[in-house]
Design a protein around this ligand. Sequence first.
Ligand code: GSH
Length: 216
Amino acid sequence: MQLFIGNKNYSSWSLRAWYLMSKFKVEFTEQQLVLDTPEFYSELQKHFTVAKVPALIDGDLQVWDSLAICEYINDAYLSNAAWPKAVALRAQARSVSAEMHSGFLALRNEMPMNIRATRNLELSDAAKKDIARIDEIFSVQQKFYPNGWLFGDFSIADAMFAPVVLRLKTYQISLSPLAQQYCDTVIACPVLQEWIKGSCKETDIVQADEAGINVI
Ligand SMILES: N[C@@H](CCC(=O)N[C@@H](CS)C(=O)NCC(=O)O)C(=O)O
């Protein structure tokens, strides 16, 4: 199985699929492509109709889109272990994952994932509203699962929110204590640390994803 990903420093969507597969120890070969280069598009176009990462090849099957890959891995390799077992919890985990996948546009536009950096940034009211909602999701779930993952055990929901946790760190966003507690759990995860280490070794700059002013 081959997982195509972009730059570890910048590719938030790639991180979700990579994190889920790595955390559950699903075997795959990592195929890394540098965003915004001719090779990125030419290589992906050899295999996929949509030239975006993450994208997965499993035998004859192509799966693209981060959430679709997570769902496929859950169905094909994990016997549903990547969602909570209880139906009601599963519905909630799917709700926040879908909310992340389709929303938070202001936050995503204004706060690109840039793991290596520490930046100051002026945010719009829309981005502040997105952060308040994320804080609410994290802190409500921490009340149920102190120092734990969003729904107790690690799930697709945690993979979906991992890039946001890293964005909050880069732009030094103040959170409520419970939301910060969740972020600390995510950042301390050894599997996520592996991705972070990879991102720190990269040297390519994607100008479109550079926002804010460096903190000295
Ligand atoms: N909805 C997709 C979005 C994927 C996406 O936009 N990926 C970015 C990299 S983080 C990409 O491939 N950009 C290249 C381009 O749009 O040309 C997903 O969840 O996987």
